[in-house]
Design a protein around this ligand. Sequence first.
Ligand code: G6P
Length: 457
Amino acid sequence: MIVVSHRGPYRFRRSEDGSFTVHRGAGGVVSALGPLLLESRHPATWIAAALSPEDADGLDAGAGGDLGVDLRLLRIDPALHRKHYDVVSNGVLWYLHHGIFDAVRRPRFDIRFREAWDAYVTVNEAFAQATADVAAPAEVVLVQDYQLALVPALLRARRPDLRVVHFTHTPFATPDQIRMLPVDVARSLCASLAAGPAGFHTTRWERAYRASAREVLGADAAIGPSFAASLGPDAGALHEVAASPEARAASGRLADLVGDRLTILRIDRMEPAKNVVRGFLAFDRLLEARPGLRGRVVFLALLYPSRQGLPEYLAYAAEVEQTAGRVNERWATRDWTPILIDLEDDYAQSVAAMERYDVLFVNPVKDGLNLVAKEGPLVNRRDGILCLSREAGAYDELAPAVSMLQPFDIEQMAVALDDACSTPLDERAERAARLRELAAARTPADWLRDLVDHAGE
Ligand code: G6P
């Protein structure tokens, strides 16, 4: 089996003495697939991009010894890579699939975009070629996400014998949204996936994809098989992290910070689709409407840096911090800060925080799945309530046991928070038990099996 993804399962860093250390890569795909492939008796090949010169040098130097996968990292010219990753993948496709363009101003498809699109094609070609070069006859190839949407078509042209599946981890643009793309760009993207099979986290995104492919490719075009297969958390790995010395230390620090106050928690990458600003405004409204909660509740926001090469992301991060600052200025007292933000990417601390929340707040404008919404309930020890946006892919599976959020409606989210903070203990226990069941229903192994099963189609 070959996994092809833009971000790899490991990152390498050069120490001061010139040697390399190996670290787990970030992101949901990695945490789901990494342990599975490591345990598997049939070692897989994993093809990814070197995200820094250190990555490629570290791998070449043999750092990390036996990584459990046959890792190949592609060295991509930095200027080309920036156009592929920042401009097309994250600046256009991410915005398109999440429906977060501010259409009065963006997108603008100018000559700069055209150059970037050429780079996107070139990088996808490099991935397709690298895969074609190493794949055994009829091997299964699992291509991940929107950064590599052209790989299926490019690979089939080179190696028709391979059993290629493409899986999109984001939502998919609706027909009206995909019509924003230049005509040829939309065609290339849809035609590549339409050779099928194409997978998504929910039937909602799968339907959007089929409707968009139909819109772009025409009524008579053949659109290959598609499927929905959601990812689930690795409960064993989560509990292992929860028991680690790092998580125990973080747990102690959090207990000192929060005390016996109610804790509303969010854990997100700092990025516009996560809807952090409206979340803080809903919390502000809650404190305004419920004086009795002042001083008794904190909003703990663990927000990891993400895609800092994009000006939109940096501007959004500044807006998030300003909003939190305003809310805190309005309500803080000498011994109470209502919103606590932490910007460190600290996985052990995140897991420790999941154990102790009373309310987990997940309010994205749109999200392919949102693994945190499934991970939190599995490790939480306080029968916490999950407030979940109906625009997150995970909502389709967890709906019966969550408190629904309409992510644009500040009043509605404030009321949902209020209800969550005041739900009686017996009802909380009942809902948490149901939620644990739903959140544990799918494992990474189920997801991987679904992909491999569809590979034959
Ligand atoms: C998240 C998203 C994926 C994306 C991944 C890597 O897991 O859900 O759709 O591919 O992050 O993104 P990045 O830009 O950090 O490499």
